[in-house]
Design a protein around this ligand. Structure first.
Ligand code: ADP
Ligand code: MG
Length: 746
């Protein structure tokens, strides 16, 4: 009767069950018991009002500060205005025609107040407030279940649940209590020996205590146990997946002593760094094997990942197979093709007169190629004439056939998830899975490596090839310090006067087809935008981000008048793009106003300053990548992050973090901390039962590592978890419900 799948109606009544279902998606006993408190109000400790965000449905423990009653002028009736406080800030609650509440809402009394937080003329308000006074059992806002109120507030820790209008936290608490009273527990999914080893509470006890902890210690113990369920489910799923992947057959690409790779190494104008050699050796060994490599190489911007990837691709070509490199956008694919061609020189000139003996052919394959060229490229891929194919994910993943694909390289992926990698692996290439090399410039904290990249071997390029000049970064907060922007443009002029060059980066290209550049497709515009930071939480309508096509003329007529300004973005025709880049590289342009096309593959050592406009529209790692474009020569680099965001917001904090360090690992960590946990884990706020809701990638690093160890042991002993049906169920629920959300998030 009280199994986790039991409906709530017989226990709570039709009305309440319906309310839970519609407001929070809670339909079963399990749904409700997994609807964990969001936080716990402490008796005697008021909720910090300053920490509330507008538009959130908040439950605060506060004290009545002042009550005023007015008679409405336009209509009959009264308005009761109740100001509540945390001792520092105040919140206004307004009640219409409920003058009787004045008798219970006495100044000094404390209670839980719930409602949507709004802001009116600078003052915070709770709209449609509901409340429950503490220590006043006869009082009551929404429901007057007196006994319940008294009990709910007897504990030192008052659970505060994710609530909804009409279903305040204390009503949910009462439902949970009613259900717990009749619940008989359910089977513990975790094996007893594992529980013992890690000092984990039993499942039933953990569920009871997380809802009604006596104190913080008890709560921590309950949370730890339930986090283990989550961490172990994730790790079991990943370890099993990895095992399956590793069992597949792959086309072996053994090295040959005097092939294309050897010829390439011979003419390499620099010596490989120790890291490049080390990672290169590991990759070389991996791809020689009959089972697929699954390796992630992370390395700072400029650490030389391209060479590592290219050398692996050449080994595949030497083995008589093909290699493909995938980029997230057409612009990046084209840039990769250019830089690979440059590195290869005539080694990519197979079929041309005077090409060296082992030469191969490099083919670019993107959606915007003219039909004839595209047909030829597809033909080169399927015939095997092209040893190396560079293109966008979408294209290569879905449509391209290869004669014999040995190695897939995926570059610069911030957003590639396990699922997408699986899609790549499951290409039907004659029954084998190609070797997979993923490269990222975003350093990956250990927990993310164990989760989002849990199916990959991770290796890192820790050193940069040559001593690069330091980059200093400053935030230009135009909202508070408008004059700083003038100063920034002044600085740009000084830099140009000193013979240097400057990038100005904008988040957007501008009007479709505007600028007379023959802009044919809206596609690249979207591509430039698709890696931007998520929109601000709760912010109302924002103006669109500034655009290259607006900014360039404004600068030319204004603060940068007289300077030679060029424009670069993904919608320019390829020749024009090349011309602009060549001119900039040759020093014939002082300022390049561009989109994120400058993010990758642009190398102009004389460029010393980068001004990023609307910097808040970019993500942390993207900003970090962008600024890697300056300070590449002997002169130090300067990056200015311009934003209208008010200081003190999390957005501004993000920019300050980027300004505060150039250590990629540190930034990755900050990024993780600044993003809401839910964004990373894909945790839905609703009460769906199997979603991950306790595990934190930031603070549960050790727990996740331990769970990984246990998962490896368990899968090693019992690959299909037949001896652990509870665990198998845990994983099944997790994979069904979470796969799409959780495993794809990066
Ligand atoms: P990223 O890791 O950001 O993709 P790249 O592969 O584009 O970095 O390399 C950045 C630059 O450094 C390129 O111009 C590349 O030719 C150069 N480079 C790579 N490896 C070395 C090395 N060992 N010594 C000197 N320069 C190198
Ligand atoms: Mg690169």
């Amino acid at each position: 009767m009280t199994s986790m799948d039991a409906p709530l109606e017989p226990l709570l009544g039709a009305k309440t069950a319906k309310a839970l279902e519609t407001a929070l998606g809670i339909g079963t006993v399990g749904d409700l018991l997994y609807h964990f408190p969001r936080r716990y109000a402490e008796r005697g400790e008021l909720t910090r009002i300053a920490g509330l965000e507008t538009d959130e449905h908040a439950t605060v423990l506060a004290q009545v500060d002042r009550v005023t009653r007015r008679t409405m002028r336009s209509r009959r009736g009264t308005i009761l205005e109740v100001r509540i406080t945390d001792g520092q800030r105040t919140l206004n609650c307004t009640f219409f025609n409920q003058a009787w509440r004045e008798r219970e809402l006495l100044p000094g009394r404390r209670g839980l107040f719930a409602g949507k937080v709004t802001s009116y003329r600078g003052a915070l308000q709770l709209a449609n407030p509901e409340y429950q006074l503490i220590g006043v059992p006869e009082a009551g806002g929404a429901d007057g279940d007196e006994q319940a109120a008294a009990e709910e507030f007897a504990a030192a820790l008052i659970p505060v649940y994710p609530a909804a209008q009409g279903l305040p936290s204390w009503s949910i608490a009462r439902c949970v209590r009613q259900v717990l009273d009749v619940w008989e527990g359910s089977e513990d999914a975790l094996p007893a020996d594992l529980r013992r080893r890690h000092h984990l509470l039993g499942f039933e006890e953990a569920i009871r205590r997380i809802h009604r902890p006596a104190d913080h210690r008890e709560l921590a113990i309950a949370r730890k146990r339930l986090k283990w369920d989550e961490a172990l489910a994730v790790q079991l799923a990943l370890v099993r997946r990895r095992q399956l992947v590793e069992e597949r057959p792959a086309p072996p690409c053994p090295p040959v002593p005097d092939g294309l790779l050897a010829a390439f190494d011979e003419r390499l104008p620099f010596t490989l760094t120790a890291g490049q050699r080390e990672v290169g050796d590991a990759v070389a060994q991996d791809i020689a094997a009959r089972h697929p490599m699954n390796r992630l190489v992370q390395g700072e911007v400029g650490s030389g990942k391209t060479v590592v990837a290219l050398r692996a691709m050449l080994q595949a070509v030497d083995a008589g197979r093909q290699a493909a490199m995938l980029a997230p956008t057409e612009v990046l694919a084209a840039q990769h093709a250019r830089s690979l061609a440059e590195l290869l020189g005539d080694l990519a000139a197979a079929g041309e007169l005077g090409a060296p003996e082992h030469a191969t052919r490099l083919t670019l394959l993107t959606g915007s190629l003219p039909a004839a060229k595209r047909r030829q490229a597809l033909l080169d891929a399927v015939s095997g004439a092209a040893g190396i194919v560079v293109g966008t994910h979408a294209l290569i993943q879905d449509r391209v056939r290869f004669a014999d694909l040995g190695l897939l390289v995926v570059d610069e992926q911030h957003r590639f998830g396990v699922e997408q990698r699986d899609a790549l692996r499951s290409r039907d290439d004659g029954g084998t899975s190609p070797h997979l090399l993923v490269m990222t410039a975003t350093p990956i904290p250990r927990t993310v490596a164990m989760t989002v990249y849990g199916d990959l071997e991770v290796s890192a390029l820790r050193e940069l090839p040559s001593g690069r000049s330091p980059i200093s970064t400053s935030v230009v907060p135009v909202a508070e310090k408008p004059s700083w922007l003038d100063r920034a443009w002044q600085r740009v002029r000084e830099e140009v006067a000193a013979g240097h060059q400057v990038y100005v980066v904008c988040p957007r290209i501008g009007e479709d087809g505007a600028g007379g550049t023959g802009g044919k497709r809206g596609r690249d515009a979207e591509e430039d935008l698709d890696e931007l930071a998520p929109p601000d939480e709760g912010g109302g309508a924002r103006r669109p981000p500034v655009a290259v096509l607006d900014v360039a003329p404004r600068l030319a007529d204004g603060p940068l008048e007289g300077l030679r300004i060029g424009v670069l973005h993904g919608r320019l025709p390829a020749e024009e793009k090349d011309t602009v880049m060549r001119d900039f590289a040759a020093g014939e342009l002082d300022v390049l106003v561009a989109t994120t096309v400058v993010e990758v593959g642009v190398n102009v050592p004389n460029a010393t300053v980068m001004v990023i406009l609307d910097a808040d529209r970019f993500g942390v790692s993207q900003l970090h990548q962008l600024r890697g474009r300056v300070g590449r020569g002997s002169a130090p680099g300067l990056c200015l992050l311009v934003s209208e965001t008010p200081s003190g917001t999390s957005t501004m904090q993000r920019l300050e973090s980027v300004a505060s360090t150039t250590d990629g690992f540190e930034l990755a960590r900050l990024d993780l901390e600044l993003r809401r946990e839910g964004d990373i884990l894909g945790v839905s706020q609703s009460g769906r039962r199997s979603t991950l809701r306790l595990l934190s990638l930031i603070s549960d690093e050790d727990l996740i590592a331990e769970a990984r160890g246990e998962a490896e042991r368990l899968v090693g002993e019992d690959p299909h978890l037949t001896r652990h049906p509870g665990l198998a169920r845990l994983v099944a629920a997790m994979v069904d419900d979470e796969r799409a959300e959780y495993l794809q998030k990066t």
